[in-house]
Design a protein around this ligand. Structure first.
Ligand SMILES: C[S@@+](CC[C@H](N)C(=O)[O-])C[C@H]1O[C@@H](n2cnc3c(N)ncnc32)[C@H](O)[C@@H]1O
Length: 219
């Protein structure tokens, strides 16, 4: 896959556990999709779903699996570059017997551009995107004007993007980016009950490490 945008994820080793690899081997055909230049048929993936959410960067998929379990009538398209996390989420999907999650492996930028049709998702989940705290790395933050334009085109009218971050300077950055854009309206919201507590939640030990939820609606 060609990298025509700045890389927003950290490069990691390909260390994968036995159970993660075996979940990939067993369940890829059921739940996995590789990057392709063809748009996917989202209603075809989830014929009975009342709405569809796209999650960007699910990590190990802890929140994805629990939200999938709690909202069986919603279809989830979950995107991640990190193979061990994909294996882990496939194992969780099997364990919880979930029917409403599909995984795309790869960088969300080309995936959004080509695989996700315009106005095809009701909302986007972006939980704890890599904060890139060093100034010289700020350009790697996934939330920027180009990203807003891209996700705006993929969300149905009246749809939303929900972001959580545990890095206060990133929460401020996100607010600035959205406030400078005519495409969305919204801001900081209370932590919603439906978003499961993940390991990021317990870290509110310093001034800069407080969790903020931000929710923006497409204009
Ligand atoms: C800090 S982790 C958070 C993971 C998860 N959302 C959670 O709350 O535990 C950020 C994740 O986003 C993924 N990521 C970053 N940029 C991405 C991109 N452009 N496309 C797909 N995944 C991306 C990274 O690989 C990483 O797993």
């Amino acid at each position: 896959m060609e990298q025509d945008s700045v890389r927003t994820y950290r490069l990691r080793g390909s260390r994968i556990t036995g159970p993660q690899q075996s979940a990939l081997d067993k369940y890829w055909g059921l739940y996995g999709m590789e990057y392709s230049e063809d748009p996917i048929d989202i209603p075809g993936l989830f014929p009975a779903a009342k709405n569809v959410i796209l999650e960007i960067g699910f990590g190990m998929g802890e929140a994805t699996a629990l939200i999938g379990r709690d909202f069986p009538e919603t279809g989830f398209v979950a995107v991640e570059v990190h193979k061990p996390g994909i294996g882990k989420l496939m194992a969780r999907i099997e364990e919880l017997e979930l029917k409403n999650i599909r995984i795309i492996e790869g960088d969300a930028h080309p995936i959004l551009k080509t695989m996700i049709p315009n106005k095809s998702v009701d909302g986007i989940h972006l939980f704890f995107p890599d904060p890139w705290p060093k100034k010289r790395h700020n350009k790697r933050r996934i939330v920027n004007q180009e990203f807003l334009k891209l996700v705006h085109s993929k969300i149905k009218d009246g749809g939303f993007i929900h972001i959580a971050t545990d890095w206060v300077p990133y929460a401020e950055w996100i607010q600035e980016v959205f406030e400078a854009s005519p495409l969305f309206t919204g801001g900081v919201v209370e932590r919603p009950e439906w978003r499961p507590v993940t390991r990021f939640e317990g870290q509110g030990i310093t001034k800069d490490h407080q969790v903020n939820d931000l929710r923006y609606t497409k204009i």
